[in-house]
Design a protein around this ligand. Sequence first.
Ligand code: P6P
Length: 278
Amino acid sequence: MQEIIKTIEKIAVKISDELKYADLGYTDHANATGDTQLKLDVKSDNIITKEFDGVSSVRLLISEEKEEALKIHDSGKYIVAYDPLDGSSLVDVNFAVGSIFGIYENELKPSNLVAAIYCVYGPRLEMVVCTETPKLYRLDREGSFKFIKDLNLKEKGKLNATGGTQKGWSDEHRAFIKGLFDEGYRLRYSGAMVSDLHQILLKGGGLFSYPATSDAPHGKLRVSFEVLPFAFIYERAGGLTTDGNSKSLFEIKLEKIHQTTPCFFGSKYEINKLLESK
Ligand code: P6P
C-alpha cells in the first residue's frame, strides 16, 4: 500500500504542474458516462496509467476516462479505480479540482475497498489519505508531502453543498434542502465534488448531496471511483453516508464499473435528519 501512496504523490505533483499551463481544449471523444473529454482529462489519465505501470502490486486500473478496466500486472492484488481529474470543466475558470482514487483488494466490490485517497489542486497541493482514518497532507517548499492533521467531522455542521439541477429535484428533496437553509446552513457548491467534499471535511461538517433527479434518475456520481472513496473517508471521519434510503453507501450492489448512484455524505445530524424525513 505504501508503494501505491508514494505513486499517487508523484502523480499529484505531475498533474498539478500540468494544470498550470495545459491546453484547456476539448477532444472529440466522450467518456463512458457521456462527458466530453478535455485534453486535460486524457493527459491526467495517461500520467496515472504510466506511473502505475511500474507498481507490480496493482492488477487492474479502472478509470472514469476508459470504458474498460486496464490489466497491468497479473500477479497484483489491488484494483485502483480513479477519476483522474474531477471537476476538469472548471479548470478554465481556475477553480480547485482534484483526483480521486479507490484502492480495492482482489475484487471490485464495496466491502473490498481498503483505502481511499484524493488530491486537491488548489492554491496549495493537498492530499487526503485514508486507510484507517483520514489524514491531511500538504506539499511543502521542498516538494515533500508533510502530514498536517487528522480529519474528523463534528456531530452537526453548517455547510450545505447542493448538487444536481434544482429543476430536476423531487419535491421531497427540495423541501429537505430548504429545511437546512431555514436552519441557517450556508450554501457551498462549486461543481467539483472533490473541492466541495474537502471543504465540508475540513470545516468540520455539513451535507453534500447529489440526489436522483429527473435528468439523472440514478444520480450522476460514479460509485467505484467517486462515491465509495469519499464514503470510505466520510464514515471514517465520524460521518454517515446514504443513497437516500440506505444506512450506508457501502450497501450498494456494484455491478458495473461506471455505475452511478444518488449519494449523500455528511455529519451524523444531517444524514439522520434525511433518513428520518423518509
Ligand atoms: P452538476 C464534476 O463534473 C462532477 O462529476 C462532480 O465533481 C460534481 O460534484 C458534479 O459533477 C457536478 O454536477 O450537475 O451539479 O454540475
